[in-house]
Design a protein around this ligand. Structure first.
Ligand SMILES: NC(=O)c1ccc[n+]([C@@H]2O[C@H](COP(=O)([O-])OP(=O)(O)OC[C@H]3O[C@@H](n4cnc5c(N)ncnc54)[C@H](OP(=O)(O)O)[C@@H]3O)[C@@H](O)[C@H]2O)c1
Ligand SMILES: [Zn+2]
Ligand SMILES: [Zn+2]
Length: 365
């Protein structure tokens, strides 16, 4: 075991602060990665503040971060896919049983024994897993991804969650040329959804509550932009969409979007507001419409997505920040004020002199 530098929160009301955390010594199958960039996902904020307590309790201290890119520093003796010096990435999953039907189907995200990158029980050290707001991480090679060398690394980091979370449902629901596709919310996930839907050849309409994002939406690949607070603009699209991806992180009227679907259209939510979203039965039955959800993506599909991004030169539009600004970044996320993902430059962690190591104490004792 060794100590790594990190930022952690000790409770739902505490800010993120400098600390040290334990990382395991490498097993035969492990890859150690020096983290260069880590994206800031709205799920990090939900989890740090224990907003999803009805579904899962956050375990403190929490070190968030599941959009990780970096460079391999060491590998275990049985590792075959990576060597020291390679670029590598880690997303939301760091382990699964690899024997259940979901794992066998490449859907590790639905494995009942999956280990999340942070705030999951740590099978190796006890305590909980610690994520990417850190200078290094140790992960089984099966859960490590290859980063196309041509991609900008700060912009590639968010592909590991925002990228796969929007790519996977669009593939599942056959977003292709000729389809009319809506993306609700132009934040981290939403702007990636726009890029993928455009790359797949669909006619893309962005729904935003922020009129100031209109120009950006068009630049990112949208064919049309609807200000969702304007009922007249919404009504012009009634009954016309094949597929809508909802990425909104807060309470909103889901029926307003279900009513925009054509017969047999689907609305998939990837957004995870803490409160339930009331659905009117009539929004669904009048048109045999369906409402579903999607959770990140499996390892093979995440690699497929990264390779697709390499081939099409797709990265996230990022604001690179030092880790010392992460608490401010969370406040800006709450104001829908990000263009369009924060990516933490982990070099900024080197200067930190952690004052306390609550995370270390919690994990080892
Ligand atoms: N299912 C999964 O696997 C998965 C994976 C990652 C994240 N998530 C969840 O997806 C959600 C979005 O994450 P993110 O990182 O993309 O967040 P984000 O960057 O904060 O973007 C969310 C966007 O939603 C819109 N929005 C915010 N508040 C709203 C409101 N009250 N009414 C209507 N629209 C609102 C805003 O876009 P406009 O300004 O354009 O309106 C905002 O930019 C979060 O709940 C996160 O936890 C789920
Ligand atoms: Zn995420
Ligand atoms: Zn499994």
């Amino acid at each position: 075991m060794y100590n790594a530098k990190a930022y952690s929160a000790s409770s739902a009301s505490a800010p993120l602060a400098s600390t040290t955390i334990p990382r395991r010594d490498l097993t035969d199958r492990d890859v150690q990665i020096e983290i260069l960039f880590c994206g800031v996902c709205h799920s990090d904020l939900h989890m740090v503040r224990n907003e999803w307590s009805a579904a899962m309790q956050t375990m403190y201290p929490i070190v968030p971060g599941h959009e990780i890119v970096g460079r391999v520093t060491h590998v275990g003796s049985a590792v075959t896919k990576y060597k020291s010096g390679d670029l590598a990435a880690v997303g939301c999953l760091v382990d699964a049983d690899r024997t259940c039907a979901h794992c066998n189907a490449g859907l590790e995200q639905f494995c009942p024994n999956a280990t999340l990158t942070y705030s999951s029980p740590d099978k190796h050290l006890g305590g909980v897993t610690y994520g990417g707001y850190s200078d290094s991480i140790v992960v089984d090679e099966h859960f490590v991804l290859r980063v196309p060398a041509t991609l900008d690394l700060a912009g590639a980091a968010p592909l590991l969650c925002a990228g796969i979370t929007t790519y996977s449902p669009m593939r599942h629901w056959h977003v292709t040329a000729g389809k009319k596709v809506g993306v609700v919310g132009l934040g981290g996930l939403g702007h990636m959804g726009v890029k993928f839907a455009h790359a797949f050849g669909a006619h893309v309409v962005v729904f935003t509550t922020s009129p100031s994002k209109k120009e950006d939406a068009l630049r990112l690949g949208a064919d049309d932009v609807v200000i969702s607070r304007n009922a007249n603009e919404m009504q012009q699209h009634a009954g016309s969409f094949d597929f809508i991806l909802d990425t909104v992180a807060a309470d909103h009227d889901i029926n307003a979007y279900l009513n925009l679907l054509r017969v047999d259209g689907n609305l998939t939510t990837v957004g995870a507001p803490p409160q339930p979203l009331p659905v009117s039965a009539f929004s669904l039955i009048m048109g045999r419409r369906s409402f579903s959800g999607s959770n990140i993506g499996g390892i093979a599909e995440t690699q497929e997505m990264l390779d697709f991004c390499g081939a099409h030169n797709i990265t996230s539009d990022v604001e690179v920040i030092p880790i010392q600004d992460v608490n401010d970044a969370y406040e800006r996320l709450l104001r829908s004020d990000v263009k369009y993902r924060f990516s933490i430059d982990m070099a900024s962690l080197k200067s930190e002199q952690p004052r306390e190591s609550a995370a270390t104490r919690a994990a080892v004792g």
